[in-house]
Design a protein around this ligand. Structure first.
Ligand code: SF4
Length: 334
């Protein structure tokens, strides 16, 4: 039982049900026709404290929209988001602002997300000031502590973002997110702009911080190897829907959905003799403006059957927490 909230500690910290985001778009200045971009369709997930749920998929599959809807940085069209048992979408503005302390985001591009005219100390201190968490000497001490936590020194507080490397800038972004004492962080492609060796450092830092602070992460990436390194469970998204979700080891050892298998087949391997015999992905992701009927993956799927063209497959859970949305390859039952 949590002493703060009186909730069961094993209960999910973050829960989403039926989460949907549609964007109406106009087809032309004089046109009355309205189309809808289906960025997110009926997504359900939960994340526990101290857990990382990795989300993978090609660009445009709705990963970032999902992260932003969970934090209510964009308003979902339908569905429910709960944080620590509270209905995030029903919170009035003042309470949402207070809750935002506990729910932070780390962005992909560490340079674009840091104000180039502000010193690093001021960037990290911004959230502390906005939420009235510390002032004066105490604030300065807290900033130095945060910089230390992410592997930077107190001398870095007086420098500007352009004086840092990409990896250091991402560390500053992480310190800024930690400044307000979050419990849940959406990490949106946080290492994809970094060199391989720096990626490992930042991933290990995120994992260390999770261990120390019990943070829950939604870790978004298009890179399956990065997601495998950091995640406890993995959700694969295609055209706004989760098509497969499983504990990491199960998903990588026994991928079921043809899309997951194709993604894994495309991952480079050091020794070509160990490349799995799977059909790589053909064609592009269809437009979310006019998604294919039935299973949205059917125009690219080598196993397509007639009902795949008409019936949307539901995400059905099988053994070991493995869930798959496919008519032909359901989740294993034992
Ligand atoms: Fe392929 Fe049919 Fe499964 Fe969709 S439902 S992934 S088209 S086999």
């Amino acid at each position: 039982m949590s002493p703060e909230t009186g909730r069961d500690c094993a209960a999910p910290l973050v829960e989403a049900r039926g989460l949907t985001k549609h964007y109406p778009v106009s087809t032309g200045f004089f046109s009355r026709e309205k189309l809808v971009v289906r960025a997110l369709e009926d997504v359900a997930l939960d994340i526990r404290a101290g857990e990382t749920l990795g989300v993978v998929g090609e660009s445009g599959c709705g990963k970032s929209t999902l992260g932003r809807c969970l934090l209510r940085l964009i308003e979902p069209t339908a569905g429910e988001v709960r944080f620590d048992g509270r209905d995030v979408l029903a919170l009035p503005a003042a309470e949402l602002r207070r809750m935002r302390r506990a729910m932070q985001i780390i962005f992909q591009d560490p340079y674009a997300s840091l104000n180039p005219r502000m010193r690093v100390g001021a960037i990290v201190a911004e959230g502390i000031e906005v939420h009235g968490l510390a002032r004066g000497v105490e604030k300065r001490r807290r900033v130095e502590e945060l910089l230390h936590q992410v592997g930077l020194g107190p001398e870095h507080a007086d420098r500007y973002p352009h004086e840092f490397s990409g990896g250091q800038r991402q560390r500053i972004g992480i310190a800024r997110a930690l400044a307000v004492g979050p419990r849940f962080i959406v990490a949106d492609e946080p290492v994809s702009a970094l060199d391989l060796s720096i990626q490992a450092q930042v991933l290990n830092l995120l994992m260390d911080l999770q261990e120390q602070m019990g943070l829950a992460y939604l870790f978004i990436s298009h890179d399956l190897r990065v997601v495998e390194h950091i995640s406890h469970r993995v959700a694969v998204m295609y055209l706004g829907r989760i098509v497969e979700r499983a504990p990491r080891a199960l998903l990588y050892a026994n991928p079921r959905h043809p899309y997951t298998r194709a993604l894994l087949a495309a991952v480079p391997v050091a020794d070509p003799r160990h490349r799995p015999k799977r059909t790589p992905l053909q064609g592009d992701v269809p437009s979310p403006l006019q998604p294919p009927s039935g299973c949205a993956f059917h125009p690219r799927c080598p196993y397509v059957e007639p009902r795949c063209r008409t019936e949307v497959p539901a995400l059905i859970a099988g053994a070991g927490g493995h869930a798959v949305a496919c008519h032909v390859f359901p989740a294993p039952t034992e």
